[in-house]
Design a protein. Structure first.
Length: 306
């Protein structure tokens, strides 16, 4: 009994101390900011979840349809093709595009006097507006013999390629442009990570006679593996949400060879006027990405900390 009374007294004293130190004033001061944050960050998410259970074209009165939107999108014959195309884009971007900014960052970091120049040049693609860059690359991909890339191929006696008009070449061509556009900004992040690598590790490696590739493999990469794993996850999430490039390059063609999940969502919403189905597919994609992130975290947790 005495212990309970003493505990209650301590609780009241702690609450009084918290009040006198301005705890209540801090809560009242932060409450409007928290409410505004919740409204603009979580409000659209809640609204999207509600919309996924409605038949809604944003004009007429919404109609509750339950799980019908999810059933519709999961049985849509275009969904398997869009999923495969998205996975194909993600695989190509991961295998061929992911090492490029890392190589750029290591290359620039090894330069002493002219590193700033290469730093600026590598970041320039990130400054170009995406739409302007894609229109420029469409000119490069001109399927005629006078196209920039086909002209270069002609110097080596190679016949002109259809590039964006070929079901086999369209997606690799889009990956090439996306890699060019995103490599510079990612390389800047890697460069920032490289500044945290201790110089004495490089000095010790040089004293042991290690060349540049040995230093990169045994010193640089292990020291920034945490950043590499984070950037890989961000790239996976970004590639699953690719939209701008296939939309502006090919519109999903030829023969739906570049139709991605986000492009299918766009068609549901702005071509068919079915915002309920579009939101349902968006919710499914968000769920898949959440599961992917959790699985990725547990698979790489040991590598990022050891």
């Amino acid at each position: 009994m005495a212990l309970s009374i003493r505990s209650d007294a301590q609780s009241r004293r702690g609450l009084l101390t918290w009040y006198r130190s301005g705890g209540l004033s801090a809560i009242l001061f932060a409450l409007p900011l928290v409410l505004i944050f919740l409204y603009f960050s979580w409000g659209p998410i809640v609204r999207g979840l509600v919309l996924s259970f409605q038949k809604n074209n944003l004009v007429t009165t919404p109609e509750w349809v339950g799980w019908s939107n999810f059933t519709y999108v999961l049985t849509d014959p275009q969904l398997p093709q869009a999923t495969l195309n998205t996975l194909y884009f993600a695989a190509l971007a991961l295998v061929f595009g992911f090492p490029v900014p890392l190589f750029l960052a290591v290359f620039i970091s090894e330069l002493r006097s002219t590193g700033w120049l290469y730093n600026v040049l590598s970041y320039l693609p990130a400054v170009v507006p995406p739409v302007a860059a894609i229109l420029l690359w469409k000119f490069f991909y001109d399927p005629s013999g006078t196209g920039v890339f086909n002209t270069i191929l002609g110097w080596f006696g190679i016949d002109p390629l259809s590039w964006l008009n070929s079901p086999n070449l369209a997606m690799p061509a889009i990956v090439l442009e996306a890699t060019w556009a995103g490599a510079g900004a990612t390389a800047i992040i890697y460069l920032a990570a490289l500044t945290g690598v201790r110089t004495e590790l490089y000095e010790a490696a040089e004293l042991d006679g290690a060349g540049i590739w040995s230093r990169v493999w045994h010193v640089t990469l292990p020291q920034i593996r945490g950043i590499i794993l984070i950037m890989m996850l961000l790239q996976l999430i970004g590639t699953f949400q690719v939209f701008t490039e296939p939309f502006l390059f090919t519109g999903g063609g030829p023969d739906n060879a570049t139709t991605t999940i986000l492009l299918l969502i766009y068609r549901y919403a702005f071509i068919n006027g079915d915002f309920g189905a579009a939101t349902a597919l968006s919710v499914l994609l968000a769920g898949v990405l959440c599961v992917l992130s959790v699985v990725y975290h547990f698979l790489t947790r040991r590598w990022s900390t050891t």
